[in-house]
Design a protein around this ligand. Structure first.
Ligand SMILES: [Zn+2]
Length: 234
């Protein structure tokens, strides 16, 4: 459920927020696509681990409120998973304290329900107590305000910290000996490496093998400079 908020309210929120904060300062938009590849291990599927930066998925109604009645998402960059893309459009998100993060990238295509995926540090900054959820499971999660060039609205629920997860095909799942919903262990080998337990398995025929960590998680292990990443059944 969503509620439109008046243009005057939106503009006041933007003004208030800009007055309180210098833009930038540790909250820049991280484009999707920081990645690390596993080059070794012949025989096992080729594993890619990517940082999934903060982003949102929108439903059609929300897109039209934010960008106008004729609005459609346009592709800025295809993502590794087929069909998914970073759109050229971005929105501004406000939390209850009217702190804001601008340039929140919209990932396409449109979905049946809007969902905002933040890192822990983002949710702390905004003052939104976002729970860790698997994408699509947003029942009972907090809402937020979204603002676009055409208008703004309050979203009743849908703000989450995406549970770390791995996308894979049914063939990959057989290879690893896992089923949908299993938890796996990701080992990041590098100068600042580490181990992530509880990587949720998500299986789909269209999926390519890829781990998604959020920005906090990926940066904590310097994923971009990792030597190797391996995934094992727990
Ligand atoms: Zn993902």
């Amino acid at each position: 459920m969503t509620a439109m908020i008046s243009r005057a309210t939106v503009e006041q929120m933007v003004r208030d927020s800009l007055r309180r904060h210098q833009p930038g300062a540790g909250h820049k938009d991280h484009e999707p696509g920081h990645r690390h590849r596993n080059e070794g291990q012949s025989g096992s599927p080729r594993l890619i681990a990517n940082i999934s930066a903060r982003h949102c998925h929108l439903d059609q109604d929300t897109l039209r409120i934010l960008f106008g009645p004729q609005a459609e998402l346009t592709v800025m960059k295809p993502l590794y998973q087929s069909g998914a893309f970073a759109s050229e459009q971005t929105v501004t998100i406000f939390g209850p304290r009217k702190q804001m993060i601008s340039n929140l990238r919209i990932l396409g295509p449109l979905r049946d329900a809007s969902q905002i995926e933040l890192a822990f540090s983002d949710s702390r900054f905004l003052g939104i107590d976002a729970p860790v959820r698997v994408s699509g499971n947003t029942k009972g999660t907090p809402g937020c305000f979204l603002v676009g060039p055409h208008g703004g609205l309050a979203i009743a629920e849908g703000v989450i910290r995406a549970a770390r997860h791995v996308h894979m095909s049914p063939d990959d799942a057989v290879e690893y000996g896992v089923v949908e919903g299993d938890r796996m262990r990701l080992v990041v080998d590098g100068e600042q490496g580490g181990v992530f337990d509880d990587v949720s398995v998500r299986i789909s025929p269209e999926s390519k093998l890829e781990v998604h960590l959020d920005t906090d998680e990926g940066n904590a292990v310097d994923l971009v400079n990792a030597r190797n990443v391996t995934l094992t059944k727990r």
